[in-house]
Design a protein around this ligand. Structure first.
Ligand code: F6P
Length: 319
């Protein structure tokens, strides 16, 4: 294998730069040239490429975002568009493609190999932790630390004013971020898409906590379950005290990656090149039981990652 390409696609996630660095450096050490594709699939179609070498990825590991930039590319759902992309890659002598991104990006990669015979390896990069068959995706840990830090700060002001805060977090249709953040900040409750919400029971629980002398209240809401405004509307009249809303938004996607994310990204980046080199494509790098293993892309993408209900039970038990 003489030449590969790497891209980041979809919503960015902290640690993507560490993955790019690992891909480029491990490839270069194996005498493989690397083409960086800027702006994901959209950049691929525009031939927005840069040659990458050992020093072009120096000093990027600690940076948030992605130096290759990213985009969502709805046109890539069309077969003709993917055919065009494969032609471009062949024209540039690219023998294998590494795609770092979430579910939509991995689908694009899967079809590129299935239909167009472009060897691909996916690396799961998304804050949502909604990719099946891998314990963690790149960016999840940093995102959780950001959310926890924000909630701790909200707890300070919530206590001073004896208020309830409804905090909305990202996660698309997964309640993972809300559950873990709720568990490790001792939130009163979580509202997640995996479990139907009972506002009456939730209101009663919060009132009981107040009676017990608790002066703050945090409810973490996953964006896929409800909006913070809806939850506040349902709770305010039930609990009868001041409520404030915080929507954390895209702050959850930024920031310098944690040690965990840098390590995961470095291991997955190296593994991705190694899999391509050995002809083991049509796979995603996955973290399973502490090891990085290849898992078939179609197997990954036909499943919906289920939330570990033990975490939900723990949250309820300990709050
Ligand atoms: O998939 C990552 C994510 O941040 C989701 O949690 C969120 O729903 C979505 O992307 C937001 O996407 P955009 O940045 O395109 O608004």
């Amino acid at each position: 294998m003489k030449k590969i390409a790497v891209m980041t696609s979809g919503g960015d996630a902290p640690g993507m730069n560490a993955a790019i660095r690992a891909v480029v450096r491990y490839a270069v050490r194996n005498d493989i040239q690397v083409l960086g594709i800027q702006r994901g699939y959209a950049g691929l179609l525009d031939e927005d490429f840069i040659e990458m070498d050992f020093s072009s990825v120096g000093g990027i590991m600690e940076k948030g975002g992605t130096i290759l930039r990213s985009s969502r590319c709805p046109e890539f759902v069309r077969k003709e568009t993917r055919q065009e992309a494969a032609k471009i890659l062949a024209k540039h002598g690219v023998e294998g493609l590494i795609v770092i991104g979430g579910e939509g990006s991995l689908h694009g990669a899967m079809f590129l190999e299935e239909e167009q015979k472009v060897p691909v390896v996916g690396i799961p990069g998304t804050i949502d932790n909604d990719i099946a068959m891998t314990d963690m995706s790149i960016g999840v840990d940093t995102c959780l630390n950001t959310v926890v830090d924000a909630i701790q700060k909200l707890k300070d002001t919530a206590s001073s004013h004896e208020r309830a805060f409804i905090v909305e977090v990202m996660g698309r249709s997964s309640g993972y971020i809300a559950t873990v953040a709720g568990l490790v900040t001792g939130a009163e409750a979580i509202v997640i898409p995996e479990i139907p919400v009972n506002y009456e029971a939730l209101g009663n629980k919060i009132l009981k906590e107040r009676e017990r002398g608790k002066i703050n209240c945090i409810v973490v809401v996953a964006e896929g379950a409800a909006s913070a405004y809806t939850v506040a509307r349902h709770l305010e009249h039930r609990i009868g005290y001041e409520t404030r809303i915080t929507i954390l938004g895209h702050i959850q996607r930024g920031g310098s990656p944690t040690a965990f994310d840098r390590l995961l990204a470095s291991r997955m980046g190296v593994a991705a090149v190694e899999f391509l080199k050995r002809g083991n494509s049509y796979v995603m790098t996955a973290l399973q039981g502490g090891k990085i293993v290849p898992v078939k892309l179609d197997e990954v993408l036909k499943q919906k990652k289920s939330l570990n209900m033990e975490l939900v039970e723990l949250t309820a038990l300990l709050s």
